[in-house]
Design a protein around this ligand. Structure first.
Ligand code: PEP
Length: 223
C-alpha cells in the first residue's frame, strides 16, 4: 500500500526536520511506498527513509520564470517525485500547465502522483466518470511511474470521506483506463482508513489534515 502525505502550506523548515526525523526513525529503512510532500522551502538535503516529493514545480530546468522552481532546484534535494493536478491548485487557478508539467515530469522520469476529482455539482449530475476521464485524457496513462489519486473535491478537508461505494465504483472504472496504482484522498483518517484500504483496487491513500502531525501519519501507516 502507498501512504502519501500532502502537507500543503503547513510546516516550516524547522518543524519538517523534526517530522522527517521521527518518520525516518520509525521506518528504519528506505520505504518507497511512503511519500511526503512538504512545502518546498522545507525540502531536506539529507537522505530520508521516505520519498520526498514536490507539491509544485515549473516545467523547466531553470530560466526566466520568476518565483518558480525548476528541475535544477529539485535536483539539489534529490527530488524525483511530483504532485500534479491537486484540486486546491486547480481551484486557485495556479495549476494551468497540467499537461506541460506532466510531459516534463515524464520526460525526466519522475514518479508522478496525478490528482483527479469531481466537485459535488458534477457528482450530483451523474457525470463523475465522464469528468474524470476528461481530466485523464491529457496524460499518458501508460506511463510507468504514474500513480493516480482520486480525490473528490467535496471530501477534501471536510472531515467526511466520500461514500465507500462511490469510491469503489470510481476506482473500478479507473482500472479500465490505466494500470497505475490508484490512491484515494479526501478526509482519510484513523477511523476510516481501514475500510478505505479494503476497497478492491485501492492501492493506498493521499492524506492531508490527518498527516500534518507525524504521529498521526505513522498511526495511519501502521494501521
Ligand atoms: C489532500 O489535500 O490531498 C487531502 C486529501 O486533504 P484531506 O486529507 O485534508 O482531505
Amino acid at each position: 500500500m502507498i501512504f502519501a502525505a500532502n502537507l500543503k502550506c503547513n510546516h516550516t523548515r524547522a518543524s519538517f526536520k523534526i517530522y522527517a526525523d521521527v518518520l525516518n526513525k520509525t521506518m528504519g529503512v528506505k520505504c518507497d511506498d511512503i511519500i511526503v510532500f512538504p512545502p518546498s522551502i522545507a525540502f531536506l538535503e539529507s537522505q530520508t527513509n521516505f520519498i520526498q516529493g514536490a507539491q509544485n514545480f515549473y516545467p523547466c530546468i531553470n530560466g526566466a520564470f520568476t518565483g518558480e522552481l525548476g528541475k535544477e532546484h529539485l535536483d539539489e534535494f534529490g527530488i524525483k517525485c511530483v504532485l500534479i493536478g491537486h484540486s486546491e491548485r486547480r481551484i486557485l487557478g495556479d495549476e494551468t500547465l497540467i499537461k506541460a508539467k506532466f510531459d516534463f515530469a515524464k520526460e525526466h522520469n519522475y514518479k508522478i502522483v496525478f490528482c483527479i476529482g469531481e466537485d459535488l455539482k458534477t457528482k450530483n449530475s451523474g457525470k463523475t466518470l465522464e469528468f474524470l476521464k476528461s481530466q485523464l485524457d491529457i496524460i499518458d496513462l501508460n506511463y510507468k511511474n504514474l500513480i493516480i489519486a482520486y480525490e473528490p473535491i467535496y471530501s477534501i478537508g471536510t472531515g467526511v470521506s466520500a461514500d465507500i461505494k462511490d469510491i469503489s465504483s470510481v476506482l473500478e472504472y479507473l482500472t479500465t483506463l490505466s494500470q497505475a496504482p490508484l490512491l484515494y484522498g479526501g478526509s482519510v483518517n484513523e477511523n476510516n482508513i481501514k475500510e478505505i484500504l479494503s476497497i478492491e483496487n485501492c492501492g493506498g491513500v493521499l492524506v492531508g489534515s490527518a498527516a500534518l502531525k507525524v504521529e498521526n501519519f505513522i498511526k495511519l501507516i501502521k494501521g
